[in-house]
Design a protein. Structure first.
Length: 134
């Protein structure tokens, strides 16, 4: 959980009829490790999720090669979430904002429900990945 708390970017990959497409989104997570982000509904990754909701993602708080390497790699099911979410204000705080959260007409929340998560934590396991039980 410290990786989820200390990081803010989810690097996700979707697939549409053209091929694979990466995107970086600011996320928030709940107690079940479901990740939520908001995106423009017309963005390529948002459109791809509507057609193929199997996605991959990675998260790492490491900022330089000299940092202890820590990170999560995951795959799972993504979906568009209708309306606002209970974590909207936590999302604002994560972004350093004190204003009330609002969605524009062209934005929506999305979520990733992980099916598999692999953990890299150099100081604990070296470079061997560990499967996180869900």
């Amino acid at each position: 959980n410290d990786i989820l708390e200390q990081s803010y970017l989810l690097h996700l990959t979707v697939q549409d009829e053209i091929g694979l497409w990466p995107a970086q989104v600011i996320y928030i997570h709940d107690d079940m490790n479901v990740l939520y982000w908001k995106s423009d509904i017309f963005a390529r990754h948002s459109q791809a999720i509507l057609k193929n909701n199997w996605i991959t993602g990675s998260i790492s708080p490491s900022q330089s090669p000299s940092d202890i390497q820590r990170g999560l790699q995951m795959n799972g099911l993504a979906q568009k979430v209708e309306g606002d979410i209970s974590l909207a204000q936590a999302y604002q705080r994560k972004r350093g904002k004190t204003t009330e959260h609002t969605l524009s007409n062209t934005q929506s929340w999305y979520c990733l429900i992980p099916i598999e998560i692999d953990l890299t934590y150099e100081s604990l396991f070296g470079y061997a990945k560990q499967r996180v039980p869900l």
